[in-house]
Design a protein around this ligand. Structure first.
Ligand code: ADP
Ligand code: TRP
Length: 322
């Protein structure tokens, strides 16, 4: 039986790239196998230093997951730092992680290139992520393409541990859906919290409309046929949020000519807004009962801890600790 696990950092507001890349496949997995989902608050410490903000974001990410269909009866859902065993496992596997492997990490290189001053936590980020995954005997990890290398590192670390100390860890697979591997942002680059190019999952109506209507396109007139319609940014996003026929019709109209970008963007806004309407309603219900949300996380932490301590005990025994 597959065991699916994924985590999202509470480092900012979640966007539709997070949803299509990581959350939706995770939520779909609830129909087959066991599911373990967590809020990566330890990881968020590598980029966010405001404690109040971290608390607020953590609660927001919890609401976002529950709104989008995470079902606490079918999934174990917790806050990463409520299971501190992960930090011990990080140390244990850290001693088997070659420096060269960490030095080659794209995400570390990208972040430092963007001016984030590197600290040990940022450098060790992939080791903590490997510990997250290995601590729960995970078989499948749904993520966007940007996390592919981290998954490969996790596999390398698990294999090395098993070779050194005997079969201990399950070697996980990543699940990267080709159609949503990289959801483009408003500027055509990868949609990311750090690039300011997001469509927020639960942004207000006015702000969302403004962002979508502000997408910059080329200067061709509405009349001109657009043979490259399939590469149009709004069409790509429409394919995610709208029914297949709706997206296909818009693409054809654009290709033929006589369909303006303004109308296309208006359609994209409407379809986006509608797509997430049921989730918005559910989010409001959970937001009105935050004690319930905290109780879900506490209960999840307890369950997660049960699995985590058994796996950690196995790793300690294998490596001669205690
Ligand atoms: P961000 O880049 O906005 O900071 P995170 O790194 O917190 O996003 O990503 C959380 C999850 O969402 C990861 O699994 C990541 O791969 C996925 N994800 C983020 N952005 C995208 C995107 N544009 N397309 C597909 N998946 C994405
Ligand atoms: N690094 C992931 C991201 O930024 C978040 C994360 C932390 C994660 N631990 C994980 C994802 C374990 C999957 C599995 O998106």
């Amino acid at each position: 039986m597959p065991r699916t696990l994924t985590g999202i950092q509470p480092s900012g507001t979640l966007h539709i790239g997070n949803y299509f890349g990581a959350m939706r496949p995770a939520i779909d997995a609830q129909s087959h196998g066991e599911c373990f989902y967590f809020i990566a608050d330890y990881h968020s410490m590598t980029s966010l230093l405001d404690p109040q903000q971290r608390r607020r974001n953590t609660l927001d990410v919890a609401l976002d997951w529950l709104a989008c269909g995470l079902d606490p009866k079918r999934s174990v859902f917790w806050r990463q730092s409520d299971v501190p065993e992960v930090a011990e496992l990080m140390w244990i596997i850290g001693t088997l992680t070659p420096m060269g492997l960490l030095e080659r990490a794209h995400s570390y290189k990208d972040k430092t290139a963007r001016g984030i001053s590197p600290n040990f936590g940022l450098f060790a980020y992939p080791v903590l992520m490997a510990a997250d995954i290995l601590l729960y005997d995970t078989t499948v990890v749904p993520v966007g393409k940007d996390q592919k290398q981290h998954l490969e590192m996790t596999r390398d670390i698990a294999i090395k541990f098993n070779q050194t100390y005997g079969e201990t860890f399950v070697v996980p697979e990543s699940e990267i859906r080709e159609d949503v591997a990289v959801v483009p942002g408003l500027d055509g680059q990868k949609m990311s919290k750090s690039y300011g190019n997001t469509i927020d999952l639960f942004g207000g109506e006015k702000a969302t409309r403004k962002k979508i209507m502000g997408i910059v396109m080329d200067s061709r007139t509405p009349q001109e046929p657009k043979p490259d319609a399939d590469r149009n940014l709004a069409i790509q996003l429409l394919r995610l949020v709208a029914a297949k026929e709706v997206a296909a019709e818009a693409e054809n109209r654009l290709r033929e000519g006589g369909y303006g970008y303004g109308d296309l963007k208006k359609l994209l806004f409407e379809q986006t807004w509608e797509h997430f309407a049921p989730y918005r309603a559910r989010r409001a219900e959970f937001a009105a009962n935050l004690d319930h949300v905290q109780a879900i996380l506490r209960d999840g932490a307890e369950k997660a801890r049960g699995t985590a301590s058994a796996v950690l005990a196995r790793a300690r025994l294998a490596s001669g600790l205690g």
